[in-house]
Design a protein. Structure first.
Ligand SMILES: [Zn+2]
Length: 153
């Protein structure tokens, strides 16, 4: 059985994705598979945040999913540099930035109050998960583009 694309191992959120309140698996973009967070670096928290519908600038508008929604579970990350790759939207309403995929700009996948640099929230339902430390580059020899780098400015 074959799944779509080269990121066949990614899956949506389930109980298996949580271990001791941390993300048990690497967190990746739902659309392009770009890695957002390595395992065990984020803490699952209950928080209500309204996020607008996800959009993906690099794809047709039928990729647009859901309407805006209130999400109640987030991965809390306390340092921007913990992320492998993440993009930020323009400031919204003067106080908030949305997080999006650094590669394909699919988002918002999360939320950040610009007045608090120790809290970055990633919506558990808006990302995918990859087991085994994120080494999903099946076929061997795949060089991942390493940790830091494309961080936006
Ligand atoms: Zn992406």
């Amino acid at each position: 059985m074959r799944m779509l694309g080269r990121h066949a191992m990614s899956e949506s959120f389930s109980a298996d994705c949580v271990s001791d309140g941390k993300n048990a698996k690497a967190i990746v973009c739902r659309t392009c598979g770009s890695k957002v967070l390595r395992p065990r670096l984020a803490t699952l928290v209950d928080k209500e945040i309204d996020l607008p519908p996800t959009t993906n600038k690099s794809r047709a508008s039928d990729e647009r999913s859901d309407v805006g929604e209130t999400l109640t579970q987030f991965w809390l990350v306390d340092d921007m540099f913990t992320f492998e790759n993440v993009g930020f939207s323009n400031t919204v309403g003067g106080t908030v930035k949305y997080l999006c995929c650094a590669d394909c700009e699919m988002g918002p996948i999360g939320w950040h109050d610009i007045g608090d640099r120790t809290r970055y929230y990633v919506a558990v339902l808006r990302v995918n998960y990859v087991s085994d430390g994120g080494r999903a580059a099946a076929g061997g020899g795949g060089t991942e583009h390493g940790g830091s780098g494309s961080f936006g400015h």
